[in-house]
Design a protein around this ligand. Structure first.
Ligand code: ADP
Length: 274
């Protein structure tokens, strides 16, 4: 039994990805190992271009690694896709402008050939879970950016995925909306029990949303630091004031190599960044 549990969740073993384009080879990810136990939440944190999206795309069966293996509940990415055990949400998750919210949310089920009546019921359930009840008939242009992104999450949830793969899902949103959606996502994860792998370059977002944060180096991306966060799953916005939360953010900034500025410089940098 213990054996089986060890093989569940997300397991990435010695994955290297070298892209070839017009004779030029770019190694995006180099010998990465990552384990995300079933039901837990993990983030890939790192600077732009370090291969975070590539790792997610390997799991989502969008690209094949040059070497190494990746599995979800013991299935290869291709098998996992066929079995529909994961859903991918990205910053670019688009809503079709001519379809109402509910019709957009049903899209994944439509592609999967799920009958109309069940599509309706599952879309309604997902829309309620992301807090968009009452907006079913709205067109995308009538919704805010945050509401559209919640719609994209609802569409992913209709598939009842065991694994949520999220690539900067809130990257295009203002900071307040982003933090609110971070905590809404926690509620959704608690309700569904899904395993999360989130790609982000926000330290705060990674700490809010993770049990484990894997920090990647600049290209070629390697996992250079893994932090285990002890906050459990019942997280509320007050968590940000917890000394443990602040310390975790500081440690991750150091691991990223951006927290090493001398003390007098740090506040000015923080102000500029804000
Ligand atoms: P991140 O998500 O961390 O910003 P990516 O995984 O998108 O990083 O990209 C990592 C590196 O691989 C970058 O240098 C990028 O230019 C390169 N890359 C990504 N996709 C391709 C591709 N399809 N062809 C060639 N190079 C690519």
């Amino acid at each position: 039994m213990a054996d089986r549990r060890d093989r569940e969740g997300i397991i990435v073993r010695d994955v290297t990805m070298t892209y070839e384009r017009r004779g030029i080879a770019t190694t995006a990810v180099d010998a990465c190992d990552l384990v995300v136990p079933k039901g837990s939440w993990a983030s890939l944190l790192g600077p732009s271009g370090c291969g975070k999206s590539t790792l997610l795309k390997i799991l989502a069966d969008i690209v094949r690694p040059t070497s190494g293996t990746a599995t979800m509940d013991e299935l290869t990415p291709a098998e996992a896709r066929a079995a529909r055990i994961f859903a991918l949400v990205s910053q670019q998750s688009v809503m079709l402008p001519w379809r109402r919210l509910a019709e957009n949310v049903e899209l994944g089920l439509e592609v999967a050939g799920v009958p109309k009546r069940e599509r309706r019921a599952r879309a309604r359930e997902a829309i309620e879970l992301v807090g968009l009840s009452g907006f079913e008939k709205a067109y995308p242009h009538e919704l805010s950016g945050g509401m559209r992104q919640r719609g994209a999450i609802a569409r992913a949830l209709t598939l009842r995925p065991r694994f949520l793969l999220m690539d900067e899902p809130f990257g295009a949103l203002d900071e307040l909306t982003r933090e609110r959606l971070n905590f809404e996502l926690i509620h959704i994860l608690e309700e569904t029990g899904a395993t999360l792998l989130l790609v982000t370059h926000s330290v705060t977002e990674a700490v809010i949303l993770s049990d484990t944060v894997a920090v990647m180096s600049p290209r070629p991306g390697r996992i250079v630091h893994v932090a285990s966060l002890p906050f459990g799953h019942r997280r509320t916005p007050e968590l940000r004031d917890d000394p443990g939360f602040v310390a975790a953010e500081r440690d991750l900034r150091h691991a990223l190599g951006s927290g090493t500025a001398p003390a007098p410089v740090a506040p000015a940098r923080a102000l500029l960044a804000g």
